[in-house]
Design a protein around this ligand. Structure first.
Ligand SMILES: [Zn+2]
Ligand SMILES: [Zn+2]
Length: 248
């Protein structure tokens, strides 16, 4: 019995020592909620001039995730649960009816998606018909009212605040795993778009100077830079599925 007791104590000591060595002195780790990259305060990122021991709050505000380009806002302290609505029940937004008339622009977006879906299934004839329909509806759409930057940010924020929690609630009520998976991707892509827009707000056109812009053709992830990640940080396909966006 005595032996067991001693063993317990020494295991505890060892654990405490490891804790101390791993930064029990208040050093934390921060996880990118988009791609899983970890910023470790104890290690810093010397190659990016962030010295070991740099606290998260002292990492420059314009720093972005070296893997996926997400801003600091998308990081979560490790060991702390995300403060998202995950734990509280989300009520599905009530609609007066399941059927809702879509605007011509919404119809156009829907047909474009259906065309892509057909293309992936090698149904080329159907794909080209949906493309034609998408063009038809686009022409029928009224021009956008005041295409302002702030409006764009607001639309994205609404999607993140209400659209995704609501769609997730519906998908999980229906136990629709396919929809849930697609929503995980599209929410991450939306967060990246939000990051890019908030960077653009601060940096303006300089953000796009001498740099490539790439889009993952599978999930829609957007990468700005010249060293594209080996695999898509969101949907994990190899980077040959990325398309370079040329010209402006
Ligand atoms: Zn990241
Ligand atoms: Zn992707």
């Amino acid at each position: 019995m005595k032996k067991v007791y001693i063993l317990k104590v020494s295991v505890l000591d060892a654990l405490n020592n490891i804790k101390k060595r791993e930064g029990g002195n208040g050093m934390g780790k921060y996880l990118c909620s988009i791609c899983g990259y970890i910023y470790d305060e104890a290690k810093g990122i010397p190659e990016a001039d962030i010295t070991p021991g740099t606290l998260w709050e002292d990492v420059p505000e314009d720093w972005v995730c070296p893997l996926c380009g997400a801003t600091k806002e998308e990081f979560i302290k490790q060991g702390e649960s995300a403060t998202t609505a995950e734990n509280k029940p989300i009520s599905v937004i009530e609609l007066s009816s399941d059927m809702k008339e879509l605007s011509p622009l919404e119809m156009s977006a829907l047909c474009t998606n259906l065309a892509l879906g057909c293309e992936k299934q090698y149904k080329l004839e159907e794909a080209s018909l949906f493309t034609k329909l998408a063009e038809y509806f686009k022409k029928a759409a009224a021009p956008a009212k005041e295409p302002k930057f702030d409006n764009l940010l607001e639309l994205i924020e609404n999607d993140l605040k209400e659209g995704f929690p609501n769609a997730n609630a519906i998908a999980s009520n229906e136990k629709d795993r396919g929809a849930m998976r697609a929503l995980v991707w599209s929410e991450k892509v939306t967060r990246i778009l939000n990051s890019i827009l908030s960077r653009y707000e601060k940096e303006g056109d300089a953000l796009l100077d001498n740099t490539g812009v790439y889009v993952c053709t599978i999930c829609g992830y957007v990468y700005i830079g010249n060293t594209i990640p080996d695999i898509c940080p969101v949907c994990k396909v190899p980077n040959w599925k990325f398309e370079k966006i040329e010209g402006r």
